[in-house]
Design a binder for this molecule. Sequence first.
Ligand code: IMP
Length: 198
Amino acid sequence: MEIVFATNNLHKLEEISALLGKKYQLLGLKDLHIEEEIPEDHNTLEENASQKAWYIFNLTGRNCFADDTGLEVDTLKGAPGVYSARYSRIGYPTFPEMEPAEGNIRKLLLEMEDARERSARFRTVISLVLSGMEYQFEGVIEGVITQRPSGAKGFGYDPIFTPAGYKITFAEMDLSLKNQISHRARAVKLLVDFLNGM
Ligand code: IMP
């Protein structure tokens, strides 16, 4: 059965493709020549994942899923959350001159300068639309925001996130380990178990 992942990220496509059984052939947006921007203009990960999955389902009539991820910091009442990707481009302060990931880290550390309570989590929500029915899967990893960046692997907020039970940041961790324990890995496992169990 063909199933569409509403993403242009080849790395994500390969990762999930490898986990899905032979029963499924995974297609990305590029495979369907969809080049338009997929709307994601809601205020929660759940709504955005759902919006993207239904958008592609309605456009193509194909079974599909979409994901959305955010970093939720408790002392910042869940920010940057759904705005994680563009945190340093919105509100105050902004760091337009920096690469997004660098600006995001700078802003987050600034906002947390005096914070002693540094608990946070990465959360991924996947919405699957299958024959017009929607199913959601959530993957979470708890951790803390470090005082300063450390490590060069990974991407995004990895240099300032230490997962619970570890003494190193995601950016200091082998990618293979991160990919076993991450928020995304956990959400994907629930999706894959569901699809492979059908
Ligand atoms: P997306 O929904 O997967 O595009 O993720 C939204 C944003 O969350 C990204 O642009 C990153 O800033 C951040 N993010 C998502 N996953 C990770 C991760 O595994 N490590 C660090 N940052 C991440």
